[in-house]
Design a protein around this ligand. Structure first.
Ligand SMILES: *Cc1c(COP(=O)(O)O)cnc(C)c1O
Length: 217
């Protein structure tokens, strides 16, 4: 599908949810996509992108930034503490704050750098052992700890289990965010972003539906 078609679907979902058009930020997930496809979307005027690996983002985005103004980069994948500084230098938002050690590293670097990207805390709503994120029962305490470290927590992020109805997970994430006074909800991907918008998503992360299948090699 084209960017225009996805944007149209997003507008329909915003209408259906009774929310203003443009209230949901469309993050075009460009990981593992050929540069030509990313460039085409940039030429169309899109400026908000997501990458899941620091190394790949560092290889790709400085060149695009030199040629296109106003790029906003979101890091959406797991972040190792030894890549935290580079991530903070590259990205305007990090969606995968998922453990105390990462939070304290970000806090230390934020003090040192005098700036910090917007942060989303990843919640493992499906309580899947192999998946990153804090457990729902631990989320309130973790949000509090991050705020105690002066981290700019914008909201929460989740990746629902593949075999379950995502709306239930989106609703759970929205509930945890609401009780913690957090406005940001990073949820919804190619297959379910419209359902995420119904549940209050502020940021949807859409890759293959915009760009086509990824290079899996
Ligand atoms: C790859 C990825 C996406 C985008 O997935 P699509 O199904 O291609 O839309 C969204 N969120 C995260 C965390 C991802 O790693």
């Amino acid at each position: 599908m084209s960017l225009a078609e996805i944007t149209e679907k997003l507008h329909m979902a915003e209408d259906a949810a009774g929310r203003p058009r443009g209230s949901v930020s469309l993050i075009a997930v460009s990981k593992k996509q050929p540069d030509a496809r990313v460039e085409a979307i940039l030429q169309d005027g899109h400026r908000v992108f997501g990458e899941n690996r620091v190394q790949e983002a560092a290889a790709k985005w400085p060149d695009f930034r030199a040629r296109f103004d106003g790029i906003e980069l979101h890091l959406i994948g797991p972040l190792q503490t030894n890549k935290a500084r580079q991530a903070m230098e590259l990205a305007q938002a990090i969606h995968s704050v998922d453990r105390p050690k990462l939070a304290s590293t970000l806090a230390r670097l934020a003090q040192e750098m005098g700036t910090c990207p917007e942060l989303f805390i990843q919640v493992n709503t499906g309580e899947e052992p192999q998946k990153a994120g804090v457990l729902p029962a631990e989320a309130d305490a973790f949000v509090k700890d991050c705020r105690g470290m002066d981290l700019p927590v914008a909201g929460l992020m989740c990746i629902p289990p593949v075999e379950e109805e995502p709306s239930l997970h989106f609703a759970l994430l929205a509930k945890i965010a609401a009780r913690n006074g957090l406005a940001g909800l990073s949820m919804g991907m190619s297959g379910d972003f419209e359902r995420a918008v119904m549940q209050g998503a502020t940021h949807v992360r859409v890759g293959s539906a915009i760009f086509g299948e990824r290079d899996t090699g």
